[in-house]
Design a protein around this ligand. Structure first.
Ligand code: ATP
Ligand code: MG
Length: 479
């Protein structure tokens, strides 16, 4: 049943329960301590007064003779200070109306322990009491000699009307306090529950909207408690989901665009050749073949990325010295660099430990980085391939003195289909914007990390780090 109650009711009910329990506990506590103390006080006070009166009586008479006949008088005499009551003085003063005093709670035994004044039903007149029972009473002494014992009933004495009234008033006050506590609990419960429930409700609404396809939902965060943190995390998640979704759409559009352009070129040529408008010369066939190669490259790039996404890229990691890898990577680009009048150099700060990587994937990485560097570096520029041991990692860098990347574009260069200058594709058909995305995926799938630094007009550096092995490989033979 509790399962179906809303949070507001659950909280309010629990507050009320706590308030009621504490009120009840306080009531019980006060009831006991008050009456206990009252009774204790009454008995204490009356007994000491009775003690004095009885001692006086004994010294006057020299014995307990006729004490029973005089008991009523002695008893009333002992109440020297009756509680004054201005409203009904005669009723409240036991001197005037002894029958109203119901606190007959004392008996008397003589020095031998024989009961002189009975206290029914505990002590009967004439009965001789045991020492143990006498010890519980209060002894009366005269000139250091024991002359008797005041016996006290193990009974709760009845309360006088004022005492009754006092207890009644306390109970009334407690009842009022309990009611006030319940009302307060109700108000606080509802208020507090609202502050808890409102953000939860808006979270639920936002989740519902996201489920029905309205991505990018945001909720207000106005606390730092667990619900506030949940709302914050929800907002982060929602933003990320929206971003990924945008990226996916953009990527589909990019793929479609990049596929269509070469296909249009190919279809155009073939159509014209079929119509006899163009002759299928070697040159034209080479152009068509070129476009087909681009399509193949694109499809293979996409395949690499999708394999990386699903973690299915095949790897054959082996230990390689960074020098060996960089030398192999550099060789195929040396000629192109010379043609472009760009100096391509190697800089290895020996000793550098070997790294455990897949050789062909590393070649794929370097070929992407080097073709970028060559593409964006003009004549008389310089491209530096370096390797350096940095503690537990080996850092490999490809630095160029090319055109650099704008600061605002730098965070995006590893995204798929991202080109800082989108016109490059449309004008020249040269780039796909997949190069660095593939590099990043290949580095990460081998346990490394990648970052870029660039200053516009001065050049770009791409740093790759791999975990260093514990050995240095001197000479590596190509297999
Ligand atoms: P692809 O490599 O697929 O042919 P691309 O080179 O344009 O296309 P990426 O290699 O992913 O794509 O690079 C993304 C963008 O980052 C590039 O379009 C370019 O704007 C910028 N960039 C990358 N490397 C450099 C560099 N060395 N100097 C200047 N800009 C660079
Ligand atoms: Mg590239």
């Amino acid at each position: 049943m509790l399962k179906h109650l809303s949070l507001i009711w659950k909280l309010t009910l629990s507050f009320m329960l706590v308030a009621l329990t504490s009120a009840a506990l306080v009531a019980i506590f006060i009831r006991f301590t008050t009456s206990d103390r009252l009774f204790g006080l009454i008995i204490e006070q009356q007994r000491s007064e009775l003690q004095t009166t009885l001692t006086e009586y004994y010294s006057e008479h020299g014995s307990w003779q006729d004490v029973e006949q005089n008991w009523q008088k002695i008893w009333i005499d002992s109440l020297r200070q009756p509680t004054p009551n201005p409203e009904t003085p005669d009723q409240q003063d036991p001197r005037k109306d002894p029958s109203r005093d119901r606190r007959r709670i004392f008996g008397l035994a003589d020095a031998d322990g024989v009961v002189l004044i009975s206290l029914e039903p505990f002590f009967h007149k004439g009965e001789t009491l045991s020492q143990e029972t006498l010890n519980k009473g209060i002894s009366i002494t005269l000139n250091d000699q024991k002359i008797g014992t005041i016996l006290t009933a193990p009974l709760e004495p009845r309360l006088t009307p004022e005492e009754d009234m006092f207890l009644q008033r306390t109970n009334q006050a407690l009842l009022l306090a309990a009611i006030a506590a319940i009302v307060t609990a109700l108000i606080i419960g509802i208020l507090l529950a609202r502050t808890l429930v409102t953000p939860l409700r808006s979270l639920t609404a936002a989740v519902q909207k996201m489920t029905s396809g309205e991505l990018g939902q945001k909720v207000n965060v106005d606390s730092n408690d667990e619900i506030g943190i949940l709302s914050q995390k929800f907002n982060q998640m929602s933003e990320e989901v929206a971003r990924v979704n945008r990226q996916r759409r953009q990527m589909t559009a990019d793929i479609a665009h990049d596929l269509r352009t070469p296909l249009t070129v190919i279809a155009g040529y073939i159509e014209s050749m079929q119509d006899g408008v163009l002759q299928p010369t070697q040159e034209r066939l080479a152009l068509i073949y070129n476009e087909i190669e681009r399509l193949q490259d694109l499809v293979s790039d996409l395949r690499t990325l999708s394999l990386a996404d699903t973690g299915e890229i095949s790897l054959h990691p082996q230990l390689f010295s960074p020098r060996y890898l960089l030398e192999r990577a550099l060789a195929p680009y040396q000629h192109r660099a010379e043609q472009q009048k760009v100096s391509l150099r190697l800089d290895i700060k020996e000793p550098v430990n070997a790294i455990k990587v897949d050789e062909s994937r590393m070649m794929q990485i370097f070929s992407n980085l080097l073709s970028n560097a060559l593409r964006y570096t003009s004549e008389d520029g310089e491209i530096l391939l370096s390797a350096e041991q940095k503690g537990q990692v080996v850092e490999i860098a490809v630095k160029d003195t090319g055109e650099g990347i704008l600061e605002e574009n730098l965070p995006h260069i590893f995204e798929r289909f991202y080109r800082a200058d989108p016109s490059r594709y449309t004008e020249t058909g040269e780039t796909t914007g997949l190069g660095l995305a593939i590099v990043k995926a290949l580095v990460e799938v081998q346990g490394g990390n990648i970052r870029a630094e660039s200053t516009i007009g001065q050049g770009t550096a791409i740093y790759i780090q791999f975990k260093a092995s514990d050995q240095v490989l001197e000479e590596q033979v190509e297999d």
